[in-house]
Design a protein around this ligand. Sequence first.
Ligand code: URA
Length: 240
Amino acid sequence: MEKFERLDKIISTQTSYSRKDIKKLCRSGDIYVNGQVCRNSDAKVDPQNTEIIVCGEKIEYKRYVYYMMNKPKGVLSASNDKNAPTVIDLVPENLYRKNLFPAGRLDKDTTGLLIITDDGDFAHRMLSPNKKVYKHYIATVDKELDESVKSEFENGIVLSDGTVCQKAFFEKIGPCVARVQICEGKFHQVKKMFSACSYIVEELRRVQIGSLKLDENLQEGQTRELTENEKLLIFDTKND
Ligand code: URA
């Protein structure tokens, strides 16, 4: 990968400024590169080794960012939507960057662990069923769970449209509550799997991805950066 990149590209991916804004800020002398005013927004610099200050604020360059959100009910897992608030709307201003997206979708009424990033390869690796990164959900259903559901989930549920799901893990943890692990991300998958066994999911919460658990101190709607170790935990697939 080329080491040097255009100044406007660097600033625009790290902040909410557009390239047009950056051009204007360069003209007005509000951008400093290694201590010198830079009036040229297409100047090429090495982002890893250059101090860039925009309107008095130093750019802490990061190629990509990785966040954990505790998704509340009522928001869409999308980058933008005309009619409803999205998870990206909830990202606080100091963490916001232009290319953020949710890595995988949770339904509007599903809560819990959501990874938000601007790294497409990372998201693909986490979501691809072949990588066997299991997503753990706590599902509350409408009636007492029969013991037979476990083997149905473990043998591969066939959805009402004939789609065969991969083996899933199932643990009954309350009369109407189960912990379910799946490594695929089909649309409404957990709800459809229960529906195939004649249950309706009333509450669904994602609590873990790979070995990364939802931080219990993170309030619903809050977002924070993942640590380097937490990023690795996602791909630690020992399954517990
Ligand atoms: N399965 C569902 O049915 N819904 C979700 O939000 C996630 C998994």
